[in-house]
Design a protein around this ligand. Structure first.
Ligand code: NAP
Length: 247
């Protein structure tokens, strides 16, 4: 039976690149999406055309009910060996003074609560203590967890700081149960997320201050994620890998 990898928020950007690369490496990929059904189905079609296995499943990771339903589909696909907590959102750029409680709660719900709910379901299935065969989890954080994103989105940055702390804690909690938990911290990656922050050309503005002189591609982040999931990384857990061009 195929080894199953769940990638949350995999309809586009870093999640879609991760799903495509994972399928090429032999995983059966559960392509989760929330709103972008057509794009998720396009990812699945591309994987199938390439000879891989994938299924698109709608779920809002911030909803406990949706997450439970998502994992029931995963269970039907085969044994879950890997999870990439990639789904993430940010709000329009601004200062804390501009942010209301609804916005902050929305960001924390997807980025922090969603990550924890999906990790919990994965641990329930993977833990050798619960009868599982072990596995690996990668949480997609952000360089913003280090920088704080002042004047842009301190709420988003703080949510990613929580993801980093959660990654380190959970890694220690489940290390003896056959599960490795790591994080990647992308920097400035060419995806639609910058448009959702209100500045589609954000990377062009920042590129001169990036030591490697450019933004990264979703594929460059996907390769780091797949390495952390792989048997090449069996002694790596609780690590936070910066994929940010040196900045
Ligand atoms: P993106 O192109 O905006 O994609 C985000 C994905 O997350 C979308 O597929 C979206 O799905 C999904 N999503 C959002 N909320 C969701 C929810 N509640 N439930 C399920 N799926 C949800 O952004 P991206 O740049 O690829 O971002 C991927 C991850 O990388 C995020 O965690 C982001 O914070 C992180 N990151 C990105 C950068 C960067 O420069 N691009 C830098 C640092 C960190 P729908 O479209 O279906 O709603």
């Amino acid at each position: 039976m195929a080894r199953v990898l769940l990638v949350t928020g995999a309809a586009r950007g870093i999640g879609a690149a991760t799903a495509r690369l994972a399928a090429r490496q032999g995983y059966a990929v559960c392509v989760n999406y929330r709103d972008s059904r057509e794009q998720a189905e396009a990812v699945v079609r591309a994987i199938s055309a390439d000879g891989g296995q994938a299924q698109a499943v709608r779920a809002d990771v911030a909803s406990e009910c949706d997450v439970a339903a998502l994992f029931r589909v995963v269970d039907r696909m085969g044994p879950l060996v890997a999870l990439v907590n990639n789904a993430g959102i940010l709000g329009h750029q601004g200062r804390l003074l501009d942010f209301d409680a609804a916005r902050i709660a929305r960001i924390l719900s997807t980025n922090v609560v969603g990550t924890m709910l999906c990790a919990r379901e994965a641990v329930r299935r993977m833990s050798t203590r619960q009868g599982g065969n072990g596995g690996a989890i990668v949480n997609v954080s952000s360089a913003a967890a280090r920088t704080g994103a002042a004047g842009e989105y301190v709420d988003y940055a703080a949510s990613k700081g929580a993801v980093d702390t959660f990654t380190r804690g959970l890694a220690q909690e489940v290390a003896s149960e056959g599960i490795r938990v790591n994080g990647v911290r992308p920097g400035f990656i060419h995806t639609d997320i910058h448009a959702s922050g209100g500045e589609p050309d954000r990377i062009a503005r920042i590129a001169p201050s990036i030591p490697l002189g450019r933004g990264g591609t979703p594929e460059e982040v996907a390769r780091a994620i797949l390495w952390l999931l792989s048997a090449e990384a069996t002694y790596t857990t609780g690590a936070l890998l910066d994929v940010s061009g040196g900045r």
